[in-house]
Design a protein around this ligand. Structure first.
Ligand code: HEC
Ligand code: HEC
Length: 327
């Protein structure tokens, strides 16, 4: 009950969020991260959000932080098929990368949450993740001097759910990774940033095959919820169907970005593919037959060399320059 009132409060607050733009410079050029009007980024806010993101005390047994499932060195994923929360309880899905999360028009695999602020409360309260009641958590965190005084200084209020969700989201909006060798080649004209095989792979990806229909540059996703024929039977996880119970949504998941794909294995919403080779095989045979499978996914032939080129191209999307903050 307490939770429902709290979530109601968050929804009310979100009604008053207006979007505004904020630019930052990357090797990719100028990119715009959209921050809500009431949550502009400041260095102090980001630093508070970062501390909270890495703080195990956000979980009921003081053992799980956001970073337990979103590790910086793995592009903020965890390398597991599905994640493990308090007491080793397993999540249903594979942990997505949080790099470039500031660009997400909708959040989660079901593409249903409108902003990062609202997402923060989900893992905190989820039984298999941090299993913390929000009201109890705020009481707990208010006792920590550092958090209480930062809340007063930055937000001019006591530490509360508003401060918690805003600070963590502000931190997430700074996680930008847009300076891969591919960016240096494609956007900056540096012909030697990627090799010949990677150039051929990009041509295949964007011209011969149909990958850019759903994974176009610069974000390598359209952010739409799509059924890519992963299964003929989605009863284990029906995807976006959960949100509106509309049967045309069965098996639809938000298209993931392919940035840093080299270091975010295993793949798909359920981590069912261990390698990129397996992913390519999936598309090569045209996926499995499902009534909602997107009709752009059709079988294709590629040679062994073309497969190598495609894999090499995908590796050119790795940019770990964000890691300077975490070493
Ligand atoms: C126990 C592991 C676990 C913990 C702890 C956890 N996450 Fe996640 N996170 C996941 C999984 C799994 C998903 C995918 C859920 C889905 O989409 O249904 C996810 C999804 C997300 C997304 C959506 C990304 C996208 O592309 O839509 C964001 C943002 C996020 N988490 C941030 C956080 C923050 C902030 C915290 C801490 C408050 C946190 N996570 C704690 C496992 C975890
Ligand atoms: C019609 C849209 C569509 C097309 C075309 C498409 N994909 Fe995807 N792709 C998706 C969706 C949706 C997912 C996530 C499915 C899931 O999680 O169940 C995905 C997932 C992936 C993943 C795993 C990402 C991750 O983080 O887990 C890779 C890699 C990938 N696609 C590569 C490709 C390649 C290579 C091509 C071209 C051969 C391609 N895709 C064509 C929609 C598409």
């Amino acid at each position: 009950m307490k939770n429902n009132i709290y979530i109601g409060g968050i929804l009310m607050i979100s009604l008053f969020l207006f979007q505004c733009k904020q630019t930052s410079n990357t090797g990719f050029g100028k990119v715009e991260v959209i921050s809500p009007d009431d949550n502009q980024i400041s260095p102090k806010k980001v630093s508070l959000g970062k501390k909270l993101f890495f703080d195990n005390r956000l979980s009921v047994n003081n053992e799980v932080s956001c970073a337990s499932c979103h590790l910086p060195e793995l592009a903020f994923t965890d390398g597991k098929i599905v994640s493990e929360g308090v007491e080793g309880r397993k999540t249903e899905r594979n942990s997505p990368s949080l790099l470039n999360a500031g660009f997400l028009p909708t959040v989660m695999f079901d593409a249903h949450l409108p902003n990062l602020e609202q997402q923060v409360i989900v893992p905190i309260q989820e039984h298999v993740e941090m299993d913390m009641n929000m009201v109890d958590l705020i009481e707990k965190l208010r006792l920590i001097d550092e958090y209480q005084s930062a809340a007063k200084e930055i937000f001019n209020r006591e530490f509360d759910a508003y401060v918690l969700t805003r600070a963590i989201s502000a931190f997430e909006r700074t996680l930008i990774s847009m300076n891969s060798p591919f960016d240096q080649y494609f956007y900056e004209g540096n012909e030697t940033a990627i090799n010949e095989s990677q150039k051929r792979g990009w041509k295949l990806f964007s011209e011969k095959l149909y990958c850019t229909q759903c994974h176009p540059a610069p974000h390598f996703t359209t952010y739409q919820a799509i059924n890519n024929g992963l299964y003929a039977d989605y009863s284990a996880d029906e995807g976006r169907f959960r949100i509106h119970h509309d049967s045309t949504d069965i098996g639809k998941f938000k298209v993931p970005s392919l940035r840093n794909i080299e270091i975010t294995a295993p793949y798909m919403h359920d981590g069912s593919f261990k390698s990129l080779k397996q992913v390519i095989k999936h598309y090569q045979v045209g996926g499995n037959q499902h009534i909602n499978k997107d009709n752009r996914i059709v079988p294709f032939d590629i040679t062994e060399q073309q497969e190598i080129d495609l894999l090499n191209f995908l590796v050119s999307l790795t940019d770990t320059s964000y890691m300077t903050e975490y070493r």
